[in-house]
Design a protein. Structure first.
Length: 507
């Protein structure tokens, strides 16, 4: 009797190592004979995976170990040319430019720090050793599927495209941006399974989620609330300027100084044997101090108070550095120039409201905002102003891939995007692929665009059908214990959904 054979390769990035391990634990319930392997991003994650007893991996390879080989690697341009011919998109440069650490030293240092820590030849050697390791890994492990939490590094992008080219199922985890719902997709540029279901519904299919979709739309319009409102509130609140230095309170210092001292001594000991993704405490403290000073000085004199009589388009600034820009819109990474082009494309009587993201308070420099305000029809809106209210009143929303575009669509507003994002699949959303076409897109969206409620309802229905409620952000961003993650009902449901998407090989 034939039996399905399943082997899943997880890209176990940072805190997803715990979530991915818990997912594998639950997948074993659906496929008891399933096997697992993993590409791990950080050494601490590898230590956890080797300690835990829930899942046995046939192989675990560490990106940081792979990276270290570049120092002794002989650059082979013939190999890279062959690699480019086989796996280029259409060339190899996107594999490097997607990586925040390699290209900008971000994550190791705080934005707006921006220095390239590696030479051009070093970057080529890093790409070479990483590609070799991943190809060898896939050759040896021969998985049916790879599951990637975030495509945001050289290793993860290589794993995704090499797997796809070889016919290995590549599955990405995506935020559905409705409540805490999570979806899976075989294409990081959109929600592939949601898109398929959406088209079926548009052709006359009946969705069991139609009533729930209608309720969501009606409730959102009545009380527009960001899907991540609680999470964003952690970044921003209307506190006094001196509150940012509350860490200097004697009670807090008593607790923090010993920890910082121990960390400092530990970092000194590993300065000559550290991994390229390691964060040293002295740089972390220096960057944090500068951010607190910027926040203390403040930007309130630059903020504009929205006026009821204004006719405006809306542009929400993105967090940087993020895959929203580096992966989904690699040719629009300069938001200042993007805003300048958008402002110039507007009718003469329209303003462009630019709102800061709550998660970027204190990170961007005052100079950035001052350059922004040199554009005549741009107005800077404070991060504490409701983005959904701005969407509700605007005439048009510009965005790269922001949730604000989705919220504006639900609020019956025309949208222009500059990147690959799931709601581009909804007819009526305009995807801009060049600044020269932008004024004409603006005119078309302002004059010809009409809201299609049935199409929106069909898409929301498909999104609800093919997503699962799970506290993914909580587990990713907060230091939850592994057992809490493993036993969470949402993670169990998310794992069950993933199991239903996997395609075992029948022997």
């Amino acid at each position: 009797m034939s039996s399905p054979a399943l082997k899943v390769c997880f890209f176990l990035q940072r805190r997803y190592a715990m979530i991915g391990n818990a997912t594998a634990y639950h997948i074993k319930k659906a496929f008891p004979d399933a096997e697992f392997c993993g590409l791990v991003s950080m050494r601490e994650s590898l230590k956890f995976l080797k300690r835990q007893k829930d899942v046995t991996y046939t192989s675990l390879i560490l990106d940081e170990d792979i990276h270290n080989r570049y120092r002794s690697e002989v650059l082979d341009l013939d190999y890279l040319r062959a690699l480019e011919k086989e796996y280029g998109i259409p060339n190899l440069m996107p594999y490097l430019h997607v990586d925040r650490v390699l290209m900008h030293e971000h994550l190791v240092r705080e934005y707006p720090h921006d220095e390239r820590p590696f030479s051009h030849n070093d970057l080529l050697r890093i790409l070479q050793v990483t590609a070799k390791a991943i190809i060898r890994f896939l050759d040896e492990e021969r998985p049916n599927a790879v599951v990637i939490s975030v495509v945001g590094s050289t290793a993860s992008l290589l794993l995704y495209h090499i797997a796809k080219k070889r016919g290995i199922q590549a599955i990405n985890i995506e935020f559905a941006r409705i409540g805490n719902r999570i979806a899976y997709s075989e294409d990081y540029r959109n929600f592939s399974w949601v898109k398929e279901r959406f088209e079926e519904i548009r052709r006359g299919g009946i969705s069991p989620e139609r009533v729930a979709a209608q309720k969501f739309i009606e409730e959102f319009r009545a009380r527009p609330t960001p899907y991540d409102a609680e999470y964003m509130q952690e970044f921003y609140s209307e506190r006094g300027r001196f509150d940012i230095f509350s860490f200097l309170h004697p009670k807090k210092l008593t607790r923090s100084i010993p920890w910082h001292f121990r960390t400092f001594i530990n970092d000194l000991g590993r300065i000559h044997r550290h991994d390229y993704t390691d964060i040293f405490i002295w740089w972390a403290l220096w960057d944090k101090l500068k951010r607190k000073v910027r926040t203390f000085v403040g930007f309130s004199d630059l903020y504009y108070v929205p006026q009821a009589t204004d006719r405006y388009a809306y542009y929400p600034l993105h967090i940087e550095p993020e895959i929203a820009i580096m992966l989904y819109a690699p040719y629009y990474t300069n938001q200042l120039e993007l805003i300048r082009a958008s402002a110039h494309a507007l009718p003469i009587d329209m303003l462009l409201y630019v709102k800061e993201h709550p998660g970027m308070v204190g990170y961007r420099t005052r100079k950035f905002y001052e350059e922004l305000l040199e554009i005549p029809n741009v107005r800077l809106i404070a991060p504490g102003v409701s983005g959904t209210e701005l969407s509700k009143r605007c005439s048009l929303t510009f965005t790269i891939t922001s949730t604000a575009g989705w919220e504006s669509l639900v609020l019956k507003k025309p949208v222009i995007t500059f990147g690959d994002v799931y709601y581009n699949d909804v007819p009526g959303v305009a995807r801009c692929r060049g600044f020269e076409e932008l004024p004409y897109l603006v005119q078309k969206q302002l004059v010809e665009w009409e809201h299609d409620e049935d199409t929106l309802l069909a898409y929301v229905s498909a999104l609800l059908e093919d997503s699962v409620a799970a506290d993914f952000s909580d587990f990713w961003n907060r230091a939850e214990a592994y057992k809490t993650i493993r036993d969470d009902a949402g993670i169990a449901a998310l794992s069950k959904k993933l199991a239903s998407k996997l395609r075992p090989t029948v022997h």
